[in-house]
Design a protein around this ligand. Structure first.
Ligand code: DC
Length: 220
């Protein structure tokens, strides 16, 4: 691809954004940036320092100097915190809620958004997140808002976690998804929101291939 392009893929937890974003990036041979992983790693840092994820003053003590790096190898994104590959650890359920909490802090968002914009300025990429089309890259070439019902999203997350060997309760997971939706949509600064010019896709009754081809039909 000649021209540098950016594709924003926003939506709530478990909407299938990351699976879809990965495949789109692969098909277009451009980078996939999972911005949620950055909030997850920040939450992990707070947990390791015993800092409450809502304590903005506490979080401010480390956020400016956080040693957070995104690297690409074996065809996937790896998230490094303080030199350690934490790609697996940040997927643990307790980190999900901590990431949702910490992502409401303005100091965290400003830091993450600055890193994301720098990456997007340097190469063509697909970014998945909550505020990419509405805040991080308002001039993205393509914007999509991907969602699905809470039940369908809980079911997808349940299968994903069980496949990884986690022991989870479906009802707890459903409640957690609802709580994260509420947090993500109601925070004061850069909440989860469909950008006015984003294309809305409800994936409740679609499989991954269908979503990918629908999105690609707008791009190529
Ligand atoms: O996409 P995810 O579940 O890995 O994201 C983890 C949390 O990070 C999610 O609850 C909301 C937050 N997040 C955000 O606020 N903005 C983004 N661009 C990406 C994620």
């Amino acid at each position: 691809m000649e021209k540098r392009i950016s594709i924003a893929l926003d939506g709530p937890s478990g909407s299938g954004k990351s699976t879809v974003a990965k495949q789109i990036a692969q098909k277009l041979n451009i980078l996939y940036l999972d911005t949620g992983a950055m909030y997850r790693a920040t939450a992990l840092k707070a947990i390791s320092l015993n800092i409450d994820t809502f304590d903005e003053e506490g979080v401010k003590t480390f956020i400016d100097d956080i040693d957070l790096q995104i690297k690409y190898f074996d065809g996937t994104q790896h998230t490094f915190l303080d030199g350690q590959d934490v790609s697996e650890k940040i997927r643990e359920p307790h980190v999900s809620m901590a990431a949702s909490n910490i992502s409401s802090l303005k100091c965290v968002r400003l830091k993450m958004v600055d890193m994301q914009r720098k990456i997007a300025q340097s190469m063509s990429c697909v970014l998945d997140g909550r505020d990419i089309g509405s805040f991080v890259l308002p001039n993205a070439d393509f914007k999509f808002y991907v969602t699905a019902s809470v039940r369908v999203r809980a079911d997808r997350r349940y299968k994903e976690l069980v496949a990884k060997g986690h022991n989870v309760d479906f009802d707890d997971l459903e409640k957690e998804i609802e709580q994260r939706d509420y947090n993500d949509k109601n925070r004061d600064f850069a909440p989860l929101k469909q950008a006015e010019d984003a294309i809305y896709i409800d994936t409740s009754d679609m499989n991954v291939e269908e979503v990918v081809s629908k999105i690609l039909s707008y791009i190529v």
